[in-house]
Design a protein around this ligand. Structure first.
Ligand code: ARG
Length: 572
């Protein structure tokens, strides 16, 4: 868009004045305060400082021959050497016309597409998905959507926890105490129950401990009965997870759980030993860390009984992904508590494969708190299941929809409530800075005002209703005579032009809150425009122009929500 074009010209100009400068550092960004202009650059100041030159003088020299007149008014040099650019209305209109012709929607595909693996959701078999998995699923999915939209190749992998010592306890419970009819009606609940039952007596009862150990060893040795129970647990769990995923509209290219890497773990340990990265210590295979890391405890690769750890599996997983898909980056989306795990994993990996250039990113997030500020649980202290949570969201949304639209047929109200309820849960998860904890608050997330999905979805339905009215009177949108005259028109048009910046910011920092805030502002600017500028009632030229603005605002809003994984509805 215009900022990119201006930036390009500015970079060319810097190159001719300072041939040795790294022009990638020369950037044009939106002005934080629109009083001063639409875009600005503060890059020249650093260049001047490096060269011990007077920054204002350098700015004047560069601006003197900077040719951006086709898009901008006179470039202003401010303060210690800021450049402020104010774009011409005609240039804004040009960008909008191109969008109306379908040439772009205010963002550009990445010129250098990359291959990325995104590891997200990753719940554990035989346990209900808890709220911690909600954030991973919703956030991970949104990141995948934005990366794909920008043209990157993204491989999604659900790294489910389908192996580990918990299966010893689960097998004991399954054989002794399984209630088949419970298992049918609520598989994860029943598996959770038998697990808890065994776990309760585990520490105190040597016999339980021993049988859990034996069942685990049998499973690991390929015992047919135990293997088939284990497979049943996985199948049942995956079916339950799938119910949640399909409600959320989330899919995965691969579901390669921890067990997939079992055959590779001994090889990983041997390799680390051979390379001197790991060593034997008290019968275990461990990696010690350098003093500089501040990690006092070593990472255990193989326990004394020969069993592997979470880190070992993740090392094998990393190696497999790199060999299979050759990504330039792997992104892991989990809660904050796994930070140390990933720091150590990445550290060990780089020692193991020093020549690998893969970027390893841990995109972590904070906790979801209940209304009282403590970790979100049900009244009886259980983790809240995701499915029940979505049920409640839809039910609560139905109340709101019914209040607003008592005359719509029930099936339609339910469908709208589904979109609104699921959208509200997703949005309330994506809006806060992902690294802070946030309070789960039904009333706030379903409010019609404020920065909520409901507000955005409602704004979208208003735009759609303008389009329906226009169709009724036979009015057509057109950008041929785009009028950016009223402050409301101009502000909306300029904001549309900035869509790509928020999309890119979300994709580079893995922060959907940038896009959420952009969309909230868009909805606000639309409503200011709509209040001040009549559309259907306007005379023909203005009407066509304003209808075009409505249409573009609607398309951007819909596209933005789609990136967040939120569906839209035509009516509310
Ligand atoms: N199953 C793990 C959990 O629920 C998350 C796995 C994340 N991915 C990974 N490659 N370690 O905590």
């Amino acid at each position: 868009m215009l900022d990119k074009l201006i930036q390009c010209r500015l970079q060319e100009r810097v190159r001719s004045v300072l041939p040795d400068a790294n022009i990638d550092t020369v950037q044009v960004r939106p002005c934080p305060d629109l009083k001063f202009g639409d875009y600005q650059s503060n890059s020249l100041m650093a260049l001047a400082k490096e060269r011990k030159r007077n920054p204002r003088q350098l700015a004047e020299e560069i601006v003197g021959d900077l040719d951006v007149a086709e898009w901008c008014e006179k470039v202003e040099i401010a303060g210690a050497g800021f450049l402020n650019f104010r774009v011409k209305n005609e240039a804004v209109a040009g960008v909008l016309r191109a969008a109306a012709r379908g040439e772009h929607l205010f963002f550009e595909k990445c010129p250098k597409p990359r291959t990325l693996v995104v590891d997200f959701s990753s719940p554990n078999v035989a346990k209900p998905m808890h709220v911690g998995h909600i954030r991973s699923t919703i956030l991970g999915d949104a990141l995948v959507r934005v990366l794909r939209l920008l043209g990157h190749q993204v491989i999604t992998d659900n790294h489910i926890g389908d192996w580990g010592t918990q299966f010893g306890k689960l097998l004991v419970g399954w054989k002794k105490d399984l209630d088949r009819s419970n298992l049918e009606s609520d598989p994860l609940g029943e598996m959770g129950r038998i697990y808890k039952q065994v776990n309760a007596s585990f520490e105190a009862d040597e016999e339980v401990k021993n049988s859990a150990r034996q069942e685990l060893v049998k499973l690991q040795d390929g015992d047919v009965v135990n293997l088939s129970i284990w497979r049943e647990m996985i199948d049942l769990s995956l079916k339950e997870f799938e119910k949640v995923y399909s409600r959320l509209g989330v899919t995965f290219d691969h579901v390669l759980g921890e067990s997939f890497y079992n055959p590779k773990l001994k090889g990983v340990a041997k390799d680390l030993l051979d390379l001197g990265i790991a060593q034997e210590s008290e019968g275990a295979t461990v990696v010690f860390f350098d003093k500089a890391t501040n990690w006092s405890d070593p990472s255990i690769i193989l326990k004394r009984d020969g069993g592997a750890n979470y880190t070992t599996t993740d090392l094998a997983t990393l190696e497999y992904r790199l060999k299979t898909w050759q990504p330039s980056e792997i992104v892991y989306v989990t809660d904050a508590r796994q930070q140390l795990h990933f720091q150590q994993l990445f550290h060990i990996y780089h020692r193991w494969r020093p020549s690998s250039s893969v970027v390893l990113s841990h995109v972590w997030f904070g906790m979801i708190l209940g209304p009282d500020g403590t970790p979100f649980k049900t009244r009886t202290g259980e983790n809240i299941g995701l499915n029940a949570l979505l049920d409640e969201a839809e039910e609560r949304a139905l109340v709101t929809v019914t209040e607003k639209n008592p005359n719509l047929p029930e099936s339609e109200r339910r469908e709208i409530a589904r979109v609104v309820g699921i959208g509200a849960v997703k949005y309330s998860d994506l809006l806060p800075n992902r690294q802070s904890d946030y309070r789960f608050d039904w009333d706030k997330m379903l409010a019609l005002t404020g920065n909520t999905a409901v507000y955005l979805l409602y704004a979208y339905t208003r735009i759609r209703s303008v389009a329906r009215k226009a169709a009724e009177v036979g009015a057509k949108a057109s950008t041929d005579n785009l009028q950016l005259v009223q402050p409301g028109e101009l502000a909306l048009a300029k904001h549309l032009m900035r869509f790509g910046l928020s999309v890119e910011a979300m994709a580079t920092e893995y922060r959907p809150n940038y896009l959420c805030n952009y969309l909230f502002e868009l909805a606000g600017l639309f409503s200011q425009f709509y209040e001040k500028c009549p559309v259907i009632q306007a005379e023909e030229k203005e009407r066509a122009s304003r209808l075009a603005l409505c249409e573009l605002a609607g398309r951007v809003l819909k596209q933005g929500l789609e990136i967040l994984g939120i569906a839209t509805t035509e009516r509310m």
